[in-house]
Ligand binder design. Sequence first.
Ligand SMILES: Cc1cc2nc3c(=O)[nH]c(=O)nc-3n(C[C@H](O)[C@H](O)[C@H](O)COP(=O)(O)OP(=O)(O)OC[C@H]3O[C@@H](n4cnc5c(N)ncnc54)[C@H](O)[C@@H]3O)c2cc1C
Length: 306
Amino acid sequence: MLDDQSIEHKLREILSNENILINEPLNNHTYTKLGGKADFFVTPTSYEAVQDVVKLANKEELPFTLLGNGSNLIVKDGGVRGVVLSLKKLDDITVDGYEMIAQSGARIIDASREALAEHLTGLEFACGIPGTVGGALFMNAGAYGGEIKDVLKEAVVVDREGNLLTLPADAFDLQYRHSNIPEKGYIVLEALFELKPGKYDEIKAVMDDLTYKRESKQPLEYPSCGSVFKRPPGYFAGKLIQDSGLQGKGVGGAEVSKKHAGFIINKNNATATEYIQSIEMVQKTVSEKFGVKLEREVRIIGEDLE
Ligand SMILES: Cc1cc2nc3c(=O)[nH]c(=O)nc-3n(C[C@H](O)[C@H](O)[C@H](O)COP(=O)(O)OP(=O)(O)OC[C@H]3O[C@@H](n4cnc5c(N)ncnc54)[C@H](O)[C@@H]3O)c2cc1C
């Protein structure tokens, strides 16, 4: 594998200086405010640059990690080796008739607001989901009865070889908080959402109601990764955790939220290790008390501190 200087040199052939950060602390880029440093943190501003970074990573066997808004990720304290790719600078949203093209680095909240501005209905459910469009497609994000699957018509992706492909929605096998994007290794560059004409006041009323529900029930005043666990069949994760008496408990600076038991908050400068130990503590307790295995919705990446 190339040494760090050679990697930096090759990245500078693809990206301008302001789009390459070295030893970038990833707690600046995650909702939990957790995570060590990325060796190289790159922010391409064109699809071609994304393709070139993928091809470089393949050719030189560089470890390569994709980050959205970091709202469904825990980065470990030792950080991430190799190249971390962020698409935050590819964030255009355009509307043509009832169709919206949103680049993957755009926030899905902004896509939802743009739909409202254009009097289009279909993305109201996403008005409080703090991820990017790419991250939302990866997770088939959803809330309050809606999900990405309902509105996605097609998406432009880069495959593992660096090819640009336009694929129909059904190519992503979208299910509850699941897509086949991890196994296919696609990088989503843009999504085409098919929306329907609606009335501004009605769309806004739905969004206001969902925002009220979120703000009154979720501990949005603290860093977190949202609901830590998937809904186990036949149960609600939050209720099981609440009934296990775990609210207010945790390891170090991490704590099971007293406001919403499905959330673990970074209450007091937690480390990623403490946060992960808190997750494991919840899984163990719920399994012992109720015999239910809580599966993580949130992904964990990176390395432990040595
Ligand atoms: C307060 C709070 C509330 C939340 N509420 C909800 C909710 O109601 N519903 C819900 O579904 N989720 C919710 N979440 C979780 C999270 O916001 C969503 O899962 C979101 O879709 C993650 O997007 P992201 O950009 O932050 O992805 P990240 O967390 O950065 O990444 C998640 C995964 O997606 C991959 N990824 C990111 N971008 C791309 C891309 N362009 N192409 C391919 N893969 C990509 C990453 O590699 C990673 O594996 C909430 C989180 C928080 C903190």
